[in-house]
Design a protein around this ligand. Structure first.
Ligand code: ADP
Ligand code: MG
Ligand code: ZN
Length: 635
C-alpha cells in the first residue's frame, strides 16, 4: 500500500480527546506556549505553593538582627545585655528584652558549640531561657510531604498518557466513550468514480437498492445479506467502493479500520465495537464499513501466542453481527486483502456470507480508471490513455491514480501547461521499476507463458466433447497466487459425470502444460495446481468409479467415497487393497495421464494457429469473454 493510501485511510474517523475540554485543566503545560490562553494552570499552583512557603516562614521565624560568634554570645550574656535565650537545634537566639523581642530591642543569633557550662552560665546570670522546636509548621509539612509528591505523580501520569495518544482518556472513560466513532456525512463518492470493477459494482448495486428502499425488500420478507466482504489486492478500490455504496445510497457511513484496534488496551476495542453498532442502529439505515478486517478478524486458531484484545474485539463483532436483523437497515461492509487468514466464524452464514471479489483491472478497466483520474488534469490531445493502459499491466487503481499524478508533476517540473506523452511514459517507467522491486508485477516473458498456458486450457476445452463451455479467459493475476485462469461454467447441474466428461476434464487441465511445451519447448511450474487435480481425478476413476482398463467396474476403496471435488479424506491413508495392487494403481494413473497428455499435445499441434492467435489477442486485451473467444476459434 502506498503512503498516500495509508494517510487517506487513517484520516477519516476521529476519536474523542485532544479537543475535549473536560480534561484541559493542565492543558497549557503540555501545549505549544503561544497557544495557551489564561487558564487555571499547574504553573499557578506551583507559584502559590512557593508564596505560601515564604509567608509561613516569615510568620513563624522572626528574623534576627545579627549573627555573632558563640564566644561573643556568651560575653553578651555575662555582660547582661542578653536577657532571654531561645535554644534551638541549630541556632541560639538571644533577646535583649525579656518578652521574646516582640517589644523591641535586639536579637542576636549564634551557632552554638557543645558547651556544658552554657546552661550554668544562664542560670548564674538569671537569664531566662526556653527550648524551641524548629520543625516546620503543619501546613508546610503537609504540602512538602504529601501534596507536592502526589501532584508530581499526577503530572507525570498525565504526561505519559498524553504521549500515548489519548489512551489515558480511553481508560478513564472505558466503555462509554460517546463520540468515539462518528458517522461520515455524504462521502461524495459515486459508482461513476470507480472504474474497472463492473462485477463488484453489480453486486453492490443491490446493497444500495436495499438501503434506498428497505421496505421493498422487507415487505416481501426477502433476505438481504448482513455482511458483504470486499476481497482484493491493495489499491484495487475496496475502500473507494464502500464509500461509493454510501454515497449512492445517501446514508450515514460509519468507518473503522481493523488496525485501529491493535494497539488498544484490552476491552477498549470490544467497547468500541459495541458503541459502533449501537450508534449504527440509531442512525439506520446506514453502513458500517470495517476496513482491514484481517487485523481483528485473524483466525483465532493460528494466532501465535494469542492476542486477548483482538480476540475480544472479534468476539464482540461476532456477537453484534448475530444480534441484529439485517431488516433494521444496517449493512456491514468489510474489506480485506488477506481473506485466507480470516477466522472462519466471520464467513459463516449470517455474517460476511457474501464475498465480492475486487479484481485487478484488465486493459479496458485500466483505461477507464485512467480516464477518471485524468478528469481534472490538463492533458495534451496526443496522449492516448489506451496506450498508457496497455503499458501498465498489473497496475491497480491506486497505482494508476498515482501515475496520473506523477505525470502531472513531471510536466510541471518542465514548465509545461499540459501533460504530454513523454511525461506519461517517464512516469510509467518510474512506477514500473518501483513496483517490480516490490514484486508486484510479472515480467512480459512470464506473461506470455501465462497467456499460452491459459489459451491451452481454453482450446482443449473448446474442442473436447462433453467439456463445459469456456466463459472467460484472463491473464490478469488474481490476488492469491493464480497468474491467470480459465473459467468454465457447466450449462446445467450435474449429478453424474460420464467417463468421457472425466477424461475431458483431465484433458482440459493438461492443456495448459501442453501448450507451454508446444510453444516454448519447455515447461514451467505454472501447471503444478493443474497436475494435482489431474492425478486426483485419475485416481478416483480407478479406485472409486471402476473406470480403468485393469480394474474395470471394481471399487477398490470401500470407504465412503467423497463426492467429486469435495474429498476430504487423505488418499492412501487407509486402503483396502494390497501393496501390489497399489503399485498397479500407480502404474495405471501414470498410463492414463500419459495417454491423455499425448492426445492433448496432438490436438494443440493441430490447432497451433488458433493457439497463437488467441494467445496474442489475450496478451493484448488480457481478458477474453466467451463471445470473442468463440468468434476467434470459429465455433
Ligand atoms: P483499497 O482499499 O482496495 O486498498 P482504495 O480504495 O483505498 O484501495 O484505493 C486508493 C485510491 O486509488 C482511491 O482513492 C482511488 O483514487 C484509486 N483507485 C483505486 N481503485 C480505483 C478504481 N477501481 N477506480 C478509480 N480509482 C481507483
Ligand atoms: Mg483500503
Ligand atoms: Zn493451468
Amino acid at each position: 500500500m502506498t503512503k498516500k493510501n495509508l494517510k487517506k485511510d487513517d484520516g477519516n474517523w476521529e476519536r474523542d480527546g485532544g479537543g475535549g475540554d473536560k480534561n484541559d485543566d493542565f492543558g497549557p503545560l503540555f501545549r505549544m506556549p503561544n497557544k495557551g490562553q489564561f487558564k487555571f494552570s499547574l504553573w499557578y499552583l506551583i507559584l502559590a505553593f512557593f508564596v505560601l512557603m515564604i509567608v509561613q516562614n516569615v510568620m513563624t521565624n522572626t528574623v534576627p538582627d545579627s549573627l555573632i560568634g558563640f564566644s561573643d554570645f556568651k560575653k553578651k550574656i555575662e555582660s547582661g545585655e542578653i536577657r532571654h535565650v531561645q535554644i534551638g537545634e541549630n541556632y541560639y537566639h538571644g533577646y535583649t528584652e525579656e518578652n521574646n523581642g516582640r517589644g523591641g530591642g535586639k536579637i542576636y543569633r549564634t551557632v552554638p558549640v557543645d558547651d556544658a557550662s552554657f546552661i550554668p552560665l544562664l542560670d548564674g546570670r538569671g537569664v531566662s531561657y526556653h527550648r524551641i522546636s524548629e520543625k516546620p509548621g503543619f501546613l508546610t509539612s503537609f504540602l512538602l510531604n504529601w501534596a507536592f509528591p502526589l501532584l508530581m505523580l499526577f503530572v507525570i501520569w498525565r504526561f505519559v498518557f498524553q504521549r500515548m495518544g489519548n489512551i489515558g482518556q480511553n481508560v478513564m472513560t472505558l466503555g462509554k466513550n460517546k463520540a468515539a466513532i462518528v458517522a461520515e456525512g455524504d462521502t461524495g463518492v459515486h459508482f461513476a468514480d470507480v472504474a474497472g470493477e463492473d462485477e463488484a459494482k453489480e453486486e453492490l448495486v443491490e446493497v444500495v437498492d436495499f438501503l434506498k428502499n428497505p421496505q421493498k425488500y422487507t415487505s416481501i420478507g426477502g433476505k438481504i445479506p448482513k455482511g458483504v466482504l470486499l476481497v482484493g489486492a491493495p489499491g484495487t478500490g475496496k475502500t473507494l467502493l464502500a464509500k461509493a455504496v454510501a454515497g449512492e445510497a445517501g446514508v450515514p457511513f460509519f468507518r473503522i479500520s481493523g488496525s485501529e484496534f491493535v494497539e488498544m488496551f484490552v476491552g477498549v476495542g470490544a467497547a468500541r465495537v459495541r458503541d459502533l453498532f449501537k450508534q449504527a442502529r440509531e442512525k439506520a439505515p446506514c453502513i458500517i464499513f470495517i476496513d482491514e478486517l484481517d487485523a481483528i478478524g485473524k483466525s483465532r486458531i493460528n494466532a501465535l501466542g494469542g492476542n486477548d484484545e483482538r480476540e475480544q474485539t472479534l468476539n464482540q463483532l461476532l456477537v453484534e453481527m448475530d444480534g441484529f436483523d439485517s431488516r433494521t437497515g444496517v449493512i456491514i461492509l468489510a474489506a480485506t486483502n488477506r481473506p485466507e487468514v480470516l477466522d472462519s466464524a466471520l464467513l459463516r452464514a449470517g455474517r460476511f456470507d457474501r464475498q465480492v471479489l475486487v479484481d485487478r483491472p484488465d486493459l479496458a478497466g485500466r483505461e477507464a480508471i485512467l480516464r477518471i483520474h485524468a478528469r481534472g488534469v490538463n492533458i495534451n490531445k496526443d496522449v492516448d490513455l489506451r496506450e498508457v493502459a496497455r503499458d501498465t499491466p498489473g497496475f491497480v487503481g491506486a497505482d494508476l491514480a498515482n501515475l496520473v499524478n506523477e505525470a502531472a508533476i513531471l510536466a510541471v517540473r518542465r514548465g509545461r501547461t499540459e501533460v504530454e506523452r513523454q511525461d506519461f511514459s517517464e512516469a510509467v517507467e518510474k512506477l514500473i521499476a518501483g513496483l517490480q522491486k516490490k514484486n508486484r508485477l510479472i515480467s512480459p516473458e512470464q506473461k506470455q507463458i501465462v497467456a499460452y498456458h491459459e489459451t491451452g486450457h481454453a482450446l482443449v476445452a473448446a474442442f473436447t466433447q462433453g467439456s463445459d463451455p469456456v466463459r472467460k479467459i484472463t491473464i490478469v493475476p488474481r490476488g492469491l497466487g493464480a497468474l491467470g485462469y480459465t473459467l468454465q461454467i457447466p450449462t446445467d447441474d450435474k449429478y453424474l459425470m460420464t467417463e468421457e466428461e472425466l477424461y475431458g476434464k483431465i484433458d482440459t487441465l493438461l492443456g495448459g502444460r501442453a501448450a507451454e511445451e508446444l510453444i516454448f519447448g519447455q515447461i514451467s511450474t505454472g501447471a503444478a495446481n493443474d497436475l494435482v487435480k489431474v492425478s486426483d481425478i485419475a485416481k478416483r476413476m480407478i479406485t472409486e468409479y471402476g473406470m480403468s482398463r485393469k480394474f474395470r467396474n471394481v471399487a477398490l476403496n470401500s470407504r465412503q467415497p467423497g463426492i467429486m471435488g469435495t474429498a476430504a479424506e487423505p488418499h492412501g491413508a487407509y486402503r483396502d487393497y494390497s501393496e501390489q495392487t497399489q503399485s498397479r494403481i500407480d502404474q495405471e494413473i501414470f498410463d492414463i495421464v500419459e495417454s491423455r497428455y499425448k492426445r492433448v499435445c496432438e490436438l494443440l499441434r493441430e490447432k497451433k494457429e488458433l493457439l497463437e492467435a488467441v494467445s496474442r489477442r489475450l496478451l493484448e486485451i488480457e481478458t477474453l469473454e466467451e463471445k470473442e473467444f468463440k468468434a476467434l476459434i470459429g465455433v
